[in-house]
Design a protein around this ligand. Structure first.
Ligand code: CA
Length: 237
């Protein structure tokens, strides 16, 4: 519990009942909690708070959760967990598309939420210490060069910036180019074996990667879906 005392969760939420439960629940687990009650407040306080993780409601007054996520991603790779009410899952998928790491649907158990928060923090700590992705020389397959040490991806000669999870997913795919990786393997390798979020997260990240890597994202030739199994990064013939 004490190991979390220095970690701050920024809760962006407009419903008092949720705020109260989150503040109590997260503090009890040893986290510091800062609350923003609308999207504008979240953005204006983000730099000052410098949170270790952001819990971001989708439906917010003034600036929506997805727009807040998009703005934060312009300057920070802080883990972001989107929170949506049932029926607004579509907004959450948009959230993943603009760079959120995970999402959880209301109503949730505080225990599950804390587990997700811890998992996201652990992944981000491992990643920033360089252990999540085996470091080594650049790998070049087809149009893509990926450099795990410099954390740089070059697609057809153009350097492309990728959010952390997309980078890790692409690295695992390319490091195993020509081999089919099951969904479970990919989720384990990129999100951790303790991940029990929605498996749609994987598909959304694949979609985002395709939009950056493929010549025609609607007709992928590099990142292939292997029906019923998983995905494969194709080696060019
Ligand atoms: Ca709300």
């Amino acid at each position: 519990m004490n190991s979390n005392t220095s970690q701050t969760v920024m809760v962006v939420e407009d419903e008092e009942a949720f705020i109260e439960a989150l503040v109590v629940g997260l503090r009890r687990e040893g986290f510091g909690v800062e609350v923003a009650r609308d999207g504008a407040e979240a953005l204006s306080n983000f730099d000052r708070i410098s949170p270790d993780i952001v819990l971001l409601d989708v439906m917010l007054p003034k600036v929506s959760g997805t727009d807040v996520c998009r703005e934060i991603r312009k300057k920070s790779q802080v883990p972001i967990i989107m929170v949506s009410a049932k029926g607004t899952e579509l907004d959450t998928v948009v959230g993943l598309e603009v760079g959120a790491d995970d999402y959880i649907v209301k109503p949730y158990r505080i225990r599950e939420l804390v587990a997700r928060v811890r998992a996201a923090l652990r992944r981000s700590n491992v990643a920033s210490s360089g252990e999540a992705v085996e470091t080594g020389a650049s790998i070049n397959v087809g149009d893509v060069v990926i450099d795990p040490e410099q954390h740089v991806v070059t697609v057809r000669g153009t350097v492309t910036k990728l959010p952390l999870k997309e980078f890790e997913l692409l690295y695992v795919l390319i490091a195993n180019a020509g081999r089919v990786l099951t969904r479970d393997t990919l989720i384990d390798r990129v999100w951790g074996s303790d991940y029990y979020g929605d498996t749609k997260t994987l598909d959304v990240h694949i979609k985002r990667l395709r939009s950056k890597v493929e010549v025609d994202p609607g007709n992928p030739t590099a990142i292939l879906t292997i029906r019923g199994l998983g995905y494969k990064f194709e080696r060019p013939a």
